[in-house]
Structure formats: structure tokens, C-alpha cells
Design a protein around this ligand. Structure first.
Ligand code: UDP
Ligand code: MG
Length: 315
């Protein structure tokens, strides 16, 4: 069994793969344990498959998983996790935006007890102002909206302990937002700061549509606050309209009829009631959602002192 498994999702990366492998190998050879590199070919349509097969033929440390079709970045990494045999598992992009030279630093944090070591970006070279701004806003919004503490400016570049990978693997959800799932499981997490480089070659496969989808997956999978908005709005509107009616009643006692204002208040009251009812529905939906996700109820990091061979109940 290797100590380190490195997962590299690849989608149409013919322009970078040789250089990526060269740099990865140079770093990994200098590490304190043996390693495997798992390239997941996510249904590429260029020469990626052939290049990967060549690498596997030349280098005994290379494993390749070919997908039958494009499943997307998060799914490719998930498959890599399923195949990884190492004690520590590294996730890194193929395009060298995440510098492999950061891996030894991650490994040394892991050796000293961290169970998730995530790369946190100091600066983003060669990314559009649009991507920088949206990423900045998104990560902060996500943090405000979810109960899960997702570190800002953090992608999927990270090293995780085998136990953490096992837990994330066991989560069956289809909408996979891995950085959120890794944040959700807890354990000892530490950041390593690094400079995110430009893409070595080729171009991004994350068009705006895929980015929005990932962003929404992240929010919906970690938070049910969106469902609660309508309850808050409904209750607020209801209270306001009742208050308005009270004012109208007082005015009526003073001899002013209020006229159309009654109608307005009634309409606001009805809207409030409908929104509240929708919010109640939302509360049930969010519970159904929680249940169907089938996440583990608790996560055991370690046990000690039990007699040999005693096993807990498995759901
Ligand atoms: N990727 C993948 N499947 C896809 C899209 C991307 O496996 O459908 C891989 C890609 O080869 C790269 C990583 O995911 O290793 C990140 O993709 P990219 O660099 O295009 O995204 P960006 O860095 O621009 O967000
Ligand atoms: Mg990239």
C-alpha cells in the first residue's frame, strides 16, 4: 500500500499532462513514503487517454481511471477517492494551477497531526477580474449562509487523511460539493497558504454555467436558509399588516375611514400568510432532503480501549 495517493482529474488536458507528470514525480520522489498517482480521465475527447496510457506503461506509480463519459470535476475526484489506497490522499488539478511543490508542506502538517490540510490561495494569477470578484463574494456569502465553516479562497487542492476520505466516500449524495463535504466532516483541519498559478496550458473547462451549478450545489447542500427566507418574509409581512390595521382602527375611532388602505393591509396579510405556508412546506422539504441524503448521523474519528474485535452497529 502506498503512503500517498495523488488524485488528478483530467479533462482534455493533452497540453499539460506530460509537464504535470514530470513536476508531480519530481516532488513525490523526494517525499518520505511511496506513492501512487491516480489520473482520472473524465471522458476527454483529445489525446489525454493515450498520453495517460503511455504514462502508465512507463511508470509503475501511475494508475489511470478512464470514464465512459464526462462526469464533471467533482465526480472525477470522487472516483479518484474511491480508488485511492494511500494513507494520505492529495487532490490536485491537472493544469498546474495548484503547484505540486506545496505537497511536501501539506504532508509535514499531516505527519504532525492534521487530518485535512487544504490549500488556501494567497493570490490568483491569470484569472479574470470577474472570477476573482465572484469567488470572493461567493465564499463569504457561503460562510454567512451555512452552518458549515467553509474556509475562504479554498478549492479542492488538499491533502486528506485516509479516515476523512473514508467518511466522505461513504456519503452517497449525487450533488457533490467536495470542499463543502470535507469541511462538514470536521476532524483536525489546517490551511497551507500558496500562490495559485496561471494555467500551464490549455484553457479552463469551467464555463460560467458549470461554475454557477457548483456554486448552487454548495449552497443547497450545506444550507436550508434559502427555504427559510419565505417564512421570515411571510411572518414579517403579516405582522406589519396587522400593525397597519391597528393604526387604521385607531384612525377609524378618530373619524377617518382609512378607505383603500384597509384593502392594502388585507392583501399584505394574505401574502404574508401564503409565504408563511410556503415556508412551512420548505421546512418539511428540508427535512426530507436531510433524510434522503443519508449522511451518517455521527462520525467517529478514533476509538480506544475497546476489547479486541468489538464492532459498533453499522446502519
Ligand atoms: N476537469 C474534469 N472534468 C471536467 C472539467 C474539468 O476532470 O468536466 C478537471 C480539469 O482537467 C482540471 C480540473 O478539473 O484538472 C480543474 O478544471 P479547470 O482548470 O478547467 O477549472 P478552473 O481551474 O478554471 O476552475
Ligand atoms: Mg484550472
Amino acid at each position: 500500500m502506498p503512503v500517498y495517493s495523488v488524485i488528478v482529474p483530467c479533462y482534455n488536458e493533452e497540453a499539460v499532462l506530460q509537464e504535470t507528470h514530470r513536476r508531480l514525480t519530481r516532488v513525490l520522489r523526494g517525499m518520505d513514503g511511496d506513492y501512487e498517482i491516480i489520473y482520472v480521465n473524465d471522458g476527454s475527447r483529445d489525446a489525454t487517454a493515450a498520453i495517460l496510457n503511455d504514462l502508465a506503461a512507463e511508470d509503475a506509480c501511475v494508475r489511470v481511471v478512464h470514464f465512459a463519459r464526462n462526469g464533471g470535476h467533482q465526480i472525477a475526484v470522487t472516483a479518484g477517492l474511491d480508488y485511492a489506497a494511500g494513507d494520505a490522499i492529495v487532490i490536485i488539478d491537472a493544469d498546474l494551477q495548484d503547484p505540486p511543490e506545496v505537497i511536501p508542506e501539506m504532508a509535514s502538517r499531516w505527519r504532525s497531526g492534521a487530518q485535512v490540510v487544504y490549500g488556501q490561495r494567497k493570490k490568483r494569477d491569470g484569472e479574470s477580474a470577474f472570477k476573482k470578484v465572484t469567488a470572493f463574494v461567493y465564499y463569504r456569502l457561503l460562510r454567512a449562509m451555512t452552518n458549515t465553516e467553509i474556509p475562504a479562497d479554498t478549492g479542492d487542492f488538499r491533502l486528506v487523511d485516509r479516515r476523512v476520505a473514508d467518511v466522505v466516500r461513504s456519503m452517497p449524495e449525487h450533488a457533490r460539493f467536495l470542499r463543502g463535504m470535507f469541511a462538514w466532516v470536521g476532524f483536525r483541519q489546517e490551511a497551507v497558504l500558496y500562490d495559485r498559478d496561471k494555467r500551464f496550458a490549455g484553457e479552463t473547462h469551467y464555463p460560467l454555467k458549470a461554475m454557477l451549478r457548483l456554486a448552487l450545489d454548495g449552497m443547497l447542500s450545506l444550507s436550508d436558509k434559502l427555504l427559510k427566507i419565505s417564512t421570515y418574509a411571510g411572518v414579517t409581512l403579516g405582522c406589519l399588516s396587522l400593525l397597519g390595521m391597528l393604526v387604521l382602527l385607531i384612525l377609524l375611532c378618530c373619524g377617518t375611514s382609512g378607505g383603500m388602505w384597509w384593502l392594502a393591509m388585507l392583501m399584505i396579510l394574505c401574502t404574508g400568510m401564503v409565504l408563511t405556508a410556503m415556508g412551512v412546506l420548505g421546512a418539511y422539504v428540508s427535512r426530507i432532503y436531510d433524510e434522503t441524503r443519508g449522511r451518517p448521523l455521527y462520525i467517529v474519528a478514533e476509538t480506544r480501549g475497546f476489547p479486541e474485535g468489538s464492532k459498533p452497529f453499522i446502519r
